[in-house]
Design a protein around this ligand. Structure first.
Ligand code: FAD
Ligand code: NAP
Length: 517
């Protein structure tokens, strides 16, 4: 019988979620391997100019993507990003380079099988997973694993709503998944459906060269700038405000700050929901371009398509040469059993996943990367991976059977009260409190009491006080989740937390030494 340390783990996908899962599995001594359908690692961040030779397009990155989460929060918790090499927010190409560096640094490449697509996973009577996969140019094969980690992302399978009379439209119709550059749309009238990050980014990219740019939003949206009062906007949302302030106070403060730095949203865009009830969209110049009139926002839904454009539920008719539906992505896992996320008993717009990681109806199966929040993905995915590996290794005990389902239902009730009710928010969570809840069982959540305790016990009283202050009142640098507990990398984490807090524009010599650079 396999010992715990020899558990055989299949990780599906070599995006950020798969890579952090692999690193954590290897650290725990598991026999882990990643199966990745593409020819390279990095998932979304491995830009594709268009569909590959199989006609598949996994990445939704367009040429002009700049991160909407800032450098110091987006970094992996134990692989800081050097400000000497990267600005506060940087391009998808730089992000991909950084992911490749991460994989090199932790020796991940040799555990990854590229061009290997997982077709189907079934569980046998003993709970083992039989994974059917196909390497490019070969016949499908099967392999048995003790554990499966599903890390195939949530931004690759476009949602194309069934718009009435769509086929009657004589112009070009596409999903934002297929958009890459603004050039070929120059001089055209473009209508964008939706007001998520893609729609807002595309509107700003297209506005300078297009004849007209229209954005259709059915419930309005909050659009926030990347900077507020000279700092990345995340610098105003410290751990203290995320864990100590009642949500109504945080809501009021954030909304007041936003209105102060940007002015009130134009009427058509003003959302029905509060700022923290949905992940805000980040784009500095959008509101300004709406005020200039180069982007026109329309409040309503699509009634039907016309030969020459579309008609809205508010009675407006828009003429268009191009309609781009920016309506987001399905969170499906086509290779897993159909009832894995929900069944007839699951409340609408919810998934039966404990902490968004562990499915209610299948053992030895974990989700990493099934998450949306107003925060950066990499540290959250790392925390999910550490939680999953903690459970697999027996370092974390979770409820079983009915008790597990009861906890899931309780979370779903909170979730339903907290966020806008929509398919889009099925996997929305908070940022700092959610990561803390995943890492608390490993002792890796940096509570005020434990950081204060270090002032007296660490032998580094002054430094520990500075760390406490940086963690609670400064930008939420991801290194804070490596200060304590299982999986800690304390010296590096202290250096990074303090350097980020100091605002220095280069990694410290000590950080580089500790990273072996
Ligand atoms: C335009 C855009 C901008 C974004 N900007 C930010 C940002 O600024 N900050 C941020 O934190 N996040 C951002 N995100 C979110 C981004 O998706 C995450 O940062 C992250 O890339 C998700 O990683 P993942 O590994 O979960 O999924 P993915 O990156 O999608 O990786 C999934 C991997 O699984 C593979 N795969 C899929 N199916 C199979 C199969 N059947 N068999 C084998 N392999 C399979 C895919 O090929 C892929 O490599 C952005 C997303 C988009 C689309
Ligand atoms: N620069 C960046 O970093 C960047 C850029 C692009 C994307 N991203 C990320 O990529 C992910 C996907 O973003 P996305 O913008 O493609 O998708 P998204 O965030 O899911 O937004 C989808 C939009 O389409 C609307 N919509 C959905 N179905 C609709 C329908 N039937 N009719 C009308 N409107 C409809 C939604 O409205 P409702 O709100 O009313 O549901 C929402 O406005 C997100 O995580 C995002 O943060 C990041």
């Amino acid at each position: 019988m396999a010992t715990i340390a020899k558990k055989r783990v299949a990780i599906i996908g070599a995006g950020i979620s798969g890579l952090v899962s692999l690193k954590e599995c290897l650290a725990e001594g598991f026999d882990a391997e990643v199966l990745e359908s593409r020819a390279e690692i990095g998932g979304q961040w491995a830009y594709q100019a268009g569909p590959d030779e199989k006609g598949e397009l996994q990445s939704s990155m367009y040429d002009g993507v700049v991160l909407n989460s800032c450098r110091d929060t987006t970094a992996f918790s134990d692989f800081p990003i050097d400000p000497a090499r990267h600005g506060d927010y940087f391009s998808h190409r730089e992000m991909h380079r950084y992911i490749l560096d991460y994989a090199d640094h932790f020796g991940l490449h040799k555990h990854i099988s590229l061009r290997t697509k997982v077709l189907d996973c079934t569980q046998d009577a003993e709970g083992k997973w039989i994974v059917k996969f196909q390497e490019d140019g070969s016949k499908p094969q099967e392999r048995e694993y003790d554990v499966l980690i599903s890390a195939t992302g949530i931004n690759s399978i476009p949602i194309i709503p069934d718009f009435k009379d769509r086929e009657s439209f004589r112009g070009e119709f596409l999903h934002s998944h297929y958009y890459r550059k603004p050039g070929r749309f120059e001089g055209k009238r473009v209508v964008l459906i939706g007001s998520g990050s893609a729609a807002i980014d595309l509107a700003c990219e297209l506005a300078p060269g297009c004849k007209e740019v229209h954005v259709i939003t059915r419930r309005g949206t909050w659009v926030i700038p990347r900077y507020a009062l000279g700092k990345p906007v995340e610098a105003w949302d410290s751990r203290a405000s995320q864990v100590w302030l009642p949500s109504s106070v945080a809501e009021w403060l954030n909304t007041t700050l936003l209105n102060f730095v940007q002015g009130k949203h134009p009427k058509e865009l003003q959302p029905d929901h509060k700022l923290m009830q949905q992940n805000p969209t980040i784009r500095t110049e959008f509101i300004e371009k709406v005020r200039h009139g180069v982007i026109k926002v329309h409040r309503g839904s699509v009634e039907n398509f016309l030969e020459t454009g579309l008609k809205l539920t508010n009675g407006e008719t828009l003429g268009a040469d191009v309609i781009i539906t920016c309506t987001g992505y399905k969170r499906e896992r086509p290779y897993l059993p159909g009832n894995v996320l929900s069944n007839a008993d699951t409340p609408e717009f919810e998934a039966d996943l404990y902490k968004l990681v562990i499915p209610a109806r299948h053992d030895n199966l974990y989700f990493v990367g099934y998450i949306e929040q107003a925060g950066p993905s990499p540290p959250t995915m790392e925390a999910q991976a550490r939680f999953a590996v903690g459970v697999i290794a027996g370092n974390i005990t979770i409820p079983k059977g009915e008790k597990l389902l009861k906890e899931i239902r309780a979370w779903q009730a909170w979730h339903a009260k907290t966020y806008v009710r929509s398919e889009r928010h099925v996997n929305t969570e908070t940022y700092v409190p959610y990561i803390d809840s995943l890492l608390a069982p490993l002792g890796a959540n940096p509570t005020f009491g434990r950081l204060l305790g270090q002032v007296f016990t660490s032998g580094r009283a002054l430094q520990s006080l500075s760390v406490l202050s940086a963690v609670y009142f400064d930008v939420t640098s991801s290194a804070q989740w490596r200060l304590l507990g299982r999986g800690k990398n304390e010296d590096l984490a202290r250096e990074t937390v303090l350097r980020v807090s100091s605002g220095k524009l280069e990694s410290s010599t000590r950080e580089k030494q500790l990273l072996g650079l």
